[in-house]
Write a protein that binds this ligand. Structure first.
Ligand code: UFG
Length: 349
């Protein structure tokens, strides 16, 4: 298939580009580079061994989106592009609603006008709010606690509404748990701008000497070691989940395989491992993988954090034949290879 990957220069997008090409697809990237580096394009071309067509614009630009679909033909879109920092979304709600919703509208309009019928959408476990894990795709969604999360809840609903009136559209909503790790080559990886919000990149920057110590947000949770537990998933496993979802959409399985009942052409799958790891266990695993000390200090809780989160990943296994296989040690080893080779991320290039 000829696949348009929006946000293909970003962390998950770039790894998925490699996986899609390896699966035999032709990939075209559209990325605004608002939160990603153009350096990634050359790295990707080296990994895939061919030129990667890249369009540098923001999908909220409806005219440019229309022009792209008018000048090329796509069988499918994998839609990663969007703003994704929880804290920032609280400070800048309008930017989050505007960017994440409008880019999706713009894409959906162009897809419908040009007969592109397959869409894979990046959603998040954040849509489960503060329900008790393990999370299942068919459970009622509580409202997410921040504007970023609410854009995901809203876009999921919009996709179901549009699919309900367009019987050509096939949609996969993928709810990611906590993606970490990097391509085993160490040439692409996660490169957050400024201070990392997420645990793994922060730990990696401590191990490489860019930061003094990890602040562990809360040591008094009702968990085995008192720190929060998350379902960390290797970004390579996550990328493979997109390839599997796309293959499933193309096969257009019958309605009864969907959890969505009425909106039967919209499939929702958790992409997680079904296991959880505490903050302290992640720090220990990273110290072991890197052979570097990772000093830490337990500080107060971070507002909005849930004690624990993990997926029931059985639906994706049953319907997609996909399962996450990589361990937390492999996630840390690959994240370290990337961080050690690129201490300042793509800024080193
Ligand atoms: N943590 C620390 N110190 C840090 C950073 C994080 O102790 O410097 C802890 C957090 O308190 C949490 C755990 O590490 O307990 C994981 O935190 P992350 O920020 O890495 O991940 P979250 O689970 O909080 O957030 C992720 C995604 C969000 C998404 C959310 C829910 O980053 O986009 O999962 O699905 F909304």
């Amino acid at each position: 298939m000829r696949v348009l990957v929006s946000g293909g220069a970003g962390y998950i997008g770039s790894h998925t580009v490699v996986a899609l090409v390896a699966a035999g697809h032709e990939v075209v990237v559209v990325d605004s580079f608002a939160n990603s580096s153009p350096v990634v394009v050359g790295r990707l071309e080296a990994l895939i061994g061919r030129e990667l067509p890249v369009h540098a614009f923001d999908l909220t630009d409806k005219d440019k989106t229309e022009q792209l679909f008018a000048s090329d033909r796509f069988d499918a879109v994998v839609h990663f592009a969007g703003l994704k920092a929880v804290g920032e979304s609280v400070e800048q709600p309008l930017e989050y609603y505007e960017n994440n919703l409008e880019s999706t509208f713009s894409l959906l309009r162009a897809m419908r006008r040009h007969g592109c019928t397959l869409l894979v959408f990046s959603s998040s476990a954040t849509v489960y709010g503060d329900a008790e894990p393990p999370y299942r795709e068919d459970q009622a969604l509580l409202s997410s606690s921040n504007p970023y999360g609410r854009t995901k809840v809203m876009i999921e609903q919009i996709l179901r509404d549009v699919a309900a009136i367009d019987d050509t559209l096939q949609v996969a909503i993928l709810r990611y748990f906590n993606p970490v790790g990097a391509h085993p080559s160490g040439t692409i990886g996660e490169d957050p701008q400024g201070t990392p919000n997420n645990l793994l990149p922060y730990v990696a920057q401590v191990a490489v000497g860019r930061r003094d110590r990890v602040a562990v947000f809360g040591g008094d949770y009702d968990t085995a070691d008192g720190t929060c537990e998350r379902d960390y998933i290797h970004v390579e496993d996550l990328a493979a989940g997109h390839v599997a979802a796309l293959a499933h959409l193309r096969r257009a399985l019958p309605a009864e395989s969907s959890v969505d009942g009425k909106g039967a052409r919209v499939h929702t799958w958790n992409l997680g491992t079904g296991r959880s790891t505490s903050v302290l266990a992640v720090i220990r695993a990273f110290a072991a993988a890197s052979g570097r000390p990772v000093p830490f200090e337990i500080v107060g809780r971070r507002a909005g954090d849930m004690p624990r989160s993990w997926a029931d990943a059985s639906l994706a296994e049953r319907e997609l034949g996909w399962r996450a296989t990589k361990t937390i040690d492999e996630m840390c080893a690959d994240a370290w290879r990337w961080q050690a080779a690129n201490p300042f991320g793509y800024g080193d290039a």
